[in-house]
Ligand binder design. Sequence first.
Ligand code: SAM
Length: 252
Amino acid sequence: MTSHSAQVSQSRPFYAHHAQAYDLLVTDPVEPWVEAVHEQLVVAGSPTAAVLDAGCGTGRHAAALSAMGHRVDLADAAMDLLRQAVARCPEAHAFHVDLCAMDIGSVYQAVTCRGVLNDIIEDADRDAALRSLASALRPQGLLLLDVREVHGSRERANGTPRRRTVQLQPDAQLDFTSTVTWNSGLLHVHEQYALNAAAQQAPQVTAYDFVMRPWSQEELIHRLSAAGFQDIVIRPGVGRTTPDRLFVIAVR
Ligand SMILES: C[S@@+](CC[C@H](N)C(=O)[O-])C[C@H]1O[C@@H](n2cnc3c(N)ncnc32)[C@H](O)[C@@H]1O
């Protein structure tokens, strides 16, 4: 795993040390995304498609797409999240890979990639990831993306801490605080994790800083075209409560 984003995937506590809290912290409903994806596949004539969920996380969306009749495989750089996805989708092939260097054959009718490409911040890695996603598709296959949009992301990155508390076990709670600021086209994220366990007197506090890079429509069109995609359609994000996401459809 050589890309910066894959290394972050392996070290960010949200994806690694505290991966068991991921599904407790990320609770937005899966239906809007999977229904939007399914609708696109039906229109493309693939109502039961071979799909790769690239950057699948814990497999919430992969499982829901499988339940709609698609055959969904899994790819992610974060082993602790991928394990949870495999438990949810036992029939799936699982690839523990860096999407910036993935070479698994052109076997899929669709590749879904939700909330992932923002983690890839360097130009060369963004191009490499899009080429990898293209190479996983059969000719005429569909790429379906959810990405952060640059203007909406900038508006939201106001430095206000957002805090959630989740119960991990009867005697352990995790306080998660995320603070996002904007600087030079990048979202700077400061995360703090405070684990409160009954057996310990003081909470165990860890912090983690990383950056994300949202996408403009111009950049999407430019890089997707360079990676060999055509018929690119960019719409507002689906199922998001904030207007800082884009839903992108492109054909290989
Ligand atoms: C915000 S999570 C989204 C997970 C899932 N798609 C969802 O919508 O819940 C981003 C995911 O992308 C993965 N990821 C980021 N960069 C990656 C890379 N270079 N290669 C593989 N996976 C990567 C992370 O490990 C993480 O699982």
